[in-house]
Design a protein around this ligand. Structure first.
Ligand code: GTP
Length: 381
């Protein structure tokens, strides 16, 4: 695993981690992380790297999740891979650098979230299986979810978070005892603000019942069937930090929240600041880096550039007077002088010419060259 050196623009801020190991509970638990999705919503960045490996506050996103698993005292992790499977093992190896023991199980064809869980069964050792979607940035202590599972003697315990607008998520109403009553896909009229946070504890026997060898969705098939069958499905509900990093907007926001210490990550050792600049990046005097901006190694930012909530991958260049707001600039991409890039994604090696304006969800594919002044979104001359 490559260790990364970086510096934050401000002094350290302590993270609070109140987790205390529970005798036997974490030892009797395997963590499973689903990382096999194609990440289509984050294209073109996910053409070259799987979503959980995209750099986030200086580290592959997955490293933040793995460090949270480790902090909870769980040491055996199984990664359910498919798309670009080899990238994970190349980076994390056997996990020993992080004090973990990591196994890999690859699906030749993606088996979906439920199929991915079923597929790792031969690698499981404990009675409890803590499953994570590999693209969720969260602040919940996994041990707290495990304790709820144990205390309720549940077959499955789902982590739910309360959000202000639940319409875009799977919505999960519960009764007064915290027992799950229904599992509703996205609805315009949600009956509760509790949504599926993409983290579950399964009794191992329940995983044995998931059909093998075919694609299965845990959300659309496994959970509805468990409820119909009367299984003991309970909820662990909280209002901790939570963000699904699946879209460019959420990725940019989650990255900035990590940099600023709003989203906790044991992997950052309590450090936070207004911006994070990797060793080897060149920042000219007079460049402004704010809003949780990250600048990757070997990247260059020229005088008068303004980066606000920007994610600049390794080797990218931002020229003098350019403005990059809430956007991702892929590896080796080049933003020309006085260009404006706002709420957009620029693919690896793409070139945005001088004075271009890309706003509101623009996505430039890798290697594409936009000539100077060649693209405007406003009528200003
Ligand atoms: P989109 O294509 O943008 O929806 O992204 P995605 O493919 O990652 O799908 P989604 O965000 O719904 O997936 C949630 C989590 O499950 C992610 O961490 C995925 O990597 C993972 N995942 C999705 N499908 C599969 C699969 O078929 N197999 C495995 N092992 N993991 C999967």
């Amino acid at each position: 695993m490559v260790s990364r050196v970086f510096r934050f623009a401000q002094g350290p801020r302590a993270l609070t981690d109140e987790s205390e190991p529970d005798f036997g509970l974490s030892e009797n638990t395997d963590a499973v992380v689903l990382v096999g999705g194609k990440g289509t919503r984050l294209r073109p960045l996910t053409l070259s790297a799987p979503k959980p490996m995209l750099p986030t506050a200086g580290l592959p996103f997955l490293q933040h999740l793995l460090s949270r698993i480790k902090a909870a005292g769980i040491t055996h992790v199984v990664l359910g891979t498919s798309f670009k499977a080899e990238v994970f093992e190349d980076y994390f190896g056997d996990g020993s650098d992080m004090g973990l023991e990591i196994d890999y199980v690859m699906e030749d064809e993606p088996l979906g979230t439920g199929g991915g869980i079923r597929n790792v069964l031969p690698k499981l050792r404990g009675d409890n299986v803590l499953v994570f979607n590999g693209d969720v940035l969260g602040g919940t202590d996994p041990l707290a979810v495990l304790r709820t599972h144990r205390d309720r003697e549940a077959d499955v315990t789902m982590h739910l978070v309360r959000v202000s607008d639940p319409r875009a998520f799977g919505c999960v109403p519960t009764d007064a005892d915290g027992r799950v009553e229904a599992f509703l896909e996205k609805t315009q009229d949600p009956p509760t603000d509790q949504i599926n946070a993409g983290c579950y504890v399964f009794k191992r026997e329940i995983i044995e019942q998931i059909p093998a060898g075919r694609s299965v969705s845990v959300e659309r098939e496994v959970f509805p069937k468990l409820l119909t069958d009367g299984a003991r499905v309970y909820a662990h509900v909280d209002s901790a930090y939570w963000r699904d990093m699946g879209t460019p907007e959420d990725f940019v926001r989650g990255s900035a929240d990590l940099v600023r210490g709003i989203a906790p990550s044991p992997a950052l050792n309590g450090q936070s600041g207004e911006s994070l600049v990797h060793e080897g990046a060149g920042i000219a005097p007079g460049a402004l880096l704010i809003g949780g901006t990250v600048v990757g190694r070997g990247a260059e930012v020229s005088a008068g550039a303004r980066l606000d909530g920007a994610v600049i991958f390794d080797g990218a260049k931002v020229d003098a007077g350019a403005v990059v707001e809430r956007s991702i600039i892929g590896s080796g991409a080049h933003i020309g002088p006085r260009a404006l890039v706002r709420d957009s994604v620029i693919g690896d090696g793409a070139q945005v010419g001088a004075r271009c304006e890309l706003v509101g969800g623009a996505r430039v594919w890798p290697g594409v060259v936009i000539p100077d002044g060649g693209l405007r979104f406003s009528t200003d001359v």
